[in-house]
Ligand binder design. Structure first.
Ligand SMILES: Cc1ncc(COP(=O)(O)O)c(C=O)c1O
Length: 352
């Protein structure tokens, strides 16, 4: 059933965005929002189910449980319904109501806990109590995907770019939630011997950047991430620093400003983590321009902005959360139109 569903599916578009100020730099965004369940997690959910079934962990009638910030659970609820399996999503209570509604639409049940760092224990407990199976994306994302190929996201990007003026991207830029997409991208680049470098953009409240900088995998972040899908309280097992060339730390206000700008310029609403990706791509573009380099950058539209109408797109929500995006909006617009970055990218960055 999973294979038939896969055969009925199409690949996602690789959009080429043009900006007058970025001469010689081509920016591509792979639009993962167009999957049936609205995010890049559609790929992961399919892989996790195949991995669990092929490992003999999930069979007829088995309850399937997941810890999620929402997007993965939406996609898993879709596949659980396809397979006729009961599904329980364990998520923090501040998960967007649109994601909760989507999970319930596919027949999944939501088990909400107070804080993001409680989801792991709670998911294990729910799986024990229901004699179910905890899919555990944060552990298995990096290995459930066929990183060598099988039309994974990396292979698809390189294939779709093959007839472009710069057919091999100089950098690929991505955020990290599980770190699974980063692992697939980084491993594929090495496996195929491309000179492409991988930049991972972390958000304000997250353990990944500090762990990359110091090498300490025990790093914790006590405040929950405000950019849904990316940024974690702990360094997830699927986060593989050795395949990452560089990390940048993006302020939440910059992610949300960039999200709104790229939504306007592409005429399609994108989510907050796409803003994080796009801001980091602009940062790398500015450095290439400064050095007189040209080339291509590839990143992802992780999900659609429709899920965040009442948060990132709502000025009252920004005010309530004390996030002022206005200085970033003006500076990003100026950069995209003129190539002049000013001090916009005077932020934290670490290279291996
Ligand atoms: C909207 C969104 N963007 C980005 C990511 C990060 O992807 P990954 O888990 O592969 O690191 C996620 C993961 O949940 C997500 O939901």
């Amino acid at each position: 059933m999973l294979q038939s569903d896969g055969r009925r599916s199409a690949d996602t578009h690789l959009l080429h965005a043009e900006f007058p100020g970025l001469k010689g730099i081509a920016i591509y965004l792979k639009d993962e929002s167009t999957h049936p369940t609205g995010s890049l997690k559609h790929r992961l959910a399919r892989s996790l189910f195949i991995y669990a079934i092929c490992n003999g962990k999930v069979g007829r009638g088995k309850t399937v449980v997941e810890a999620s910030s929402g997007s993965t659970a939406v996609s898993e609820a879709y596949f659980a319904r396809l397979l006729g399996l009961p599904f329980i999503a364990v998520m923090a209570k501040n998960t967007s109501p649109q994601k909760i509604a989507s999970i319930e639409y596919y027949g999944g049940r939501c088990h909400l806990v107070a804080r993001a760092d409680e989801i792991y224990e709670a998911a294990s407990a729910v799986a024990r109590e229901t004699n179910g199976y905890y899919l555990d994306q944060f552990t298995y994302a990096e290995r459930a995907t066929d990183w060598r190929g099988n039309n994974n996201i990396a292979e698809s990007i390189f294939e779709q770019m093959s007839a472009e003026p710069y057919s091999i991207p100089t950098w690929i830029i991505m955020g990290a939630g599980t770190g699974g997409t980063a692992a697939t991208l980084g491993r594929f680049v090495r496996y195929r011997g491309f000179r492409t470098k991988l930049c991972i953009a972390d958000v304000e409240h997250s353990a990944f950047y500090e762990a990359f900088r110091t090498g300490n995998k025990e790093t914790r972040c006590s405040e929950p991430s405000r950019i849904e899908g990316v940024g974690r309280p702990r360094v997830e097992p699927s986060f593989i620093p050795s395949v990452i060339d560089r990390m940048v730390k993006i302020p939440d206000a910059a992610s949300i400003a960039a999200m709104r700008i790229i939504s306007r310029r592409l005429s399609r609403p994108v989510g907050g983590s796409t803003g994080t990706n796009f801001f980091a791509a602009c940062w790398i573009a500015s450095e290439m321009i400064e050095r007189g380099e040209s080339g291509a950058l590839a990143t992802l539209i992780c999900d659609s902005g429709d899920r965040y109408r009442n948060t990132y797109y709502c000025d009252n929500w920004l005010r309530d959360n004390k996030i002022d995006i206005s200085p970033y909006v003006a500076s990003i617009e100026e950069f995209l139109d003129s190539g002049n970055a000013g001090g916009l990218f005077d932020l934290e960055s670490t290279s291996l």
